[in-house]
Design a protein around this ligand. Structure first.
Ligand code: ATP
Length: 248
């Protein structure tokens, strides 16, 4: 990845319900073309950080009360999620959120709704998604609600790709998946990153797998960044080993 920071989060505070201070000054930089991991335990503030970036806090009575969020150097705090998708940023929410009554393919096509470049390009991208997720090609006519958890995670990611994003915010892709599937999902993240140049910011409790695939990591504890660095050096850090990688 080159040096340009696509996304900059500067010292943000987030408050829920006017009183609960959850992010206490979080700063992070996401370089173009990289995979950046946001790590930390349950309740550390990972999801809140992603939702602050994609402006999804209002529906949860949360707001950014301090700091700034810049994309390509411009503030994005006022962009609604649809406008943000046009800017090139899309969030894949925790828990997948497929349209259960639509087929896999119909779900993927919903991801192209903001595009105006015609059906030929959309068809091409559907093939691109199927090339990254061969399993979805096999299951394309299946009702999404009847597919497995791993397949639904793939649908959610594939649908995001259909918007031709520059940046994907990926929340907890490993959640509830067997280790082998987790590995498969991260292999696809890596392939999409390398093949399409898509930038990733991913929130993940599974530090081990995230630090094997990410280039850079931030560790959040209780609403603050307590450590950050290149993934390779975090993997070797004694504190990270002890507290996050389950070995001392
Ligand atoms: P998880 O992996 O459980 O999602 P996380 O690191 O993503 O953890 P957040 O979901 O961002 O953490 O939550 C951070 C803190 O904010 C937690 O203490 C949580 O209870 C609190 N919180 C989250 N959403 C709300 C809300 N809508 N109202 C009040 N507090 C909230």
């Amino acid at each position: 990845p080159d040096q340009e920071n696509l996304l900059e989060v500067n010292n943000i505070e987030v408050i829920y319900n006017h009183v609960i201070l959850v992010l206490k000054g979080v700063s992070l930089s996401v370089p173009k073309g990289g995979i950046t991991a946001l790590l930390g335990g349950n309740g550390a503030g990972k999801t809140t950080t992603l939702k602050a970036i994609s402006n999804l806090l209002a529906s949860e009575r949360g707001e950014v009360t301090k700091g700034s969020i810049l994309y390509h150097g411009k503030p994005i705090s006022d962009a609604n999620p649809a406008a943000l998708v046009k800017t090139g940023v899309i969030q894949v929410m925790e828990g997948r959120h497929c349209f259960e009554h639509l087929t896999v393919e119909e779900n993927l096509l919903t991801g192209a709704y903001t595009r105006s470049d015609g059906s030929a390009a959309i068809k091409r991208d559907l093939e691109m998604v199927y090339d990254y997720f061969p399993r979805l090609r096999e299951r394309r006519k299946s009702q999404a609600g009847y597919t497995s958890g791993g397949e639904q995670q793939m649908v959610a990611m594939g649908r995001a790709l259909m918007s031709r994003p520059e940046t994907i915010l990926l929340d907890e892709p490993s959640m509830g998946l067997a280790p082998q599937l987790v590995e498969q999902i991260f292999e696809i993240v890596k392939a999409v990153n390398e093949g399409e140049g898509v930038t990733f910011l991913l929130a993940e409790q599974n530090t081990n797998v995230a630090l094997r695939y990410a280039h850079y990591g931030y560790i959040l504890e209780n609403g603050r960044v307590v450590m950050d660095g290149p993934a390779a050096s975090l993997r070797e850090n004694p504190d990270v080993k002890e507290f996050y990688l389950g070995m001392s």
